[in-house]
Design a protein around this ligand. Structure first.
Ligand code: SAM
Length: 280
């Protein structure tokens, strides 16, 4: 971007002046390292077009990086009203490029946040990170063009689940639903010390690119039911674990071309889709 922003105080100074002590109840772990916030922003690719959505900007460290990396229009959704004054100062430094929405991201569909192409970039609040992702996956299932990419910081153990392959201990319902709809990869890991205050465990930045078409056809609600049943009792064979969704799981599996004695973690995304189609 050609515009040179007005000088901003160091982020630590912004946090101090606005009294933004981190609150655990809001999952607040702030990023102050400019190299790291710049790297996260660049992972999202070209930020100049459409809308860059940031969930939970907090004092605005990552927001600064998004703007400095050329984001033309950032919409930042923040639940903590204490952060709004600091974000207003940032908006003044980048006139017309940062819009802050005070509110709960769990109640804000991506489709309501600016024109496409949209990309979501966020250091997510850990306590609601999987709930947010589940909402966004439901939106992507309805419209894969709702976001062109999502670059999201998760706890590493959640990130590992999102990209897990069949036959591994991390493979579960969230792996199937994520990989059904997106190409998912871990971009890089982030040590605890990078955050203020540091969380208990390592984090990972994940890049999710919604696929133009899901990996295989299936109704989202039926696929959710099948995966929930199968993984709720992941040690049982499918002929047992699928009883909550089918009166005759053995016949269901056979009709879908799946071994009824297999366990949930052995099935590929495509095989879960086959089960969902047969059930329907
Ligand atoms: N982006 C900042 C950074 O990287 O330093 C802060 C990230 S901090 C991990 C998570 C942020 O999400 C906090 O600012 C918190 O107030 C905000 N937050 C928590 N729950 C939220 C919700 N339901 N909707 C919107 N923001 C939320």
């Amino acid at each position: 971007m050609a515009d040179t922003p007005a000088p901003l105080p160091p982020l630590r100074e912004t946090i101090r002046r606005h009294g933004l002590d981190a609150r655990k109840s809001l999952g607040q772990h702030f990023l102050l390292d400019l190299n790291l916030t710049g790297k996260i922003a660049r992972t999202a690719g070209d930020l100049s077009r459409g809308t860059t959505i940031e969930i939970g900007p907090g004092p605005g460290g990552l927001t600064r990086a998004l703007l400095a990396e050329g984001a033309g229009h950032v919409i930042a959704v923040e639940r903590d009203d204490r952060c709004l004054a600091a974000l207003a100062e940032l908006a003044d430094a980048y006139p017309g490029r940062l819009e802050t929405r005070a509110g709960d991201a769990l109640e804000t569909p991506l489709s309501h946040l600016g024109p496409p192409p949209r990309r979501v970039v966020a250091n997510l609040p850990y306590n609601v990170s999987t709930a947010l992702l589940t909402n966004w996956l439901s939106e992507i299932a309805r419209d894969p063009t709702v976001a062109e990419t999502l670059v999201l910081m998760f706890q590493k153990e959640v990130a590992d689940r999102l990209v897990a392959r069949p036959g591994t201990k991390d493979y579960g319902r969230l792996s199937v639903l994520t990989q059904w709809l997106t190409d998912a990869r871990i971009a890089f890991n982030v040590p605890k010390e990078a955050f203020t205050p540091p969380p208990k465990i390592v984090s990972s930045v994940v890049k999710l690119d919604p696929r133009p078409q899901p990996r295989a056809p299936a109704d989202p609600t039926v696929l959710q039911r099948v995966t929930a049943a199968a993984f709720n009792q992941r040690r049982k064979m499918l002929r047992g674990s699928l009883k909550p969704v089918s009166r005759d799981p053995q016949a269901l599996c056979s009709a879908a071309g799946i071994d009824p004695t297999a366990r949930a973690e052995a099935l590929s995304v495509e095989e879960f889709c086959a089960l969902a189609r047969t059930l329907q």
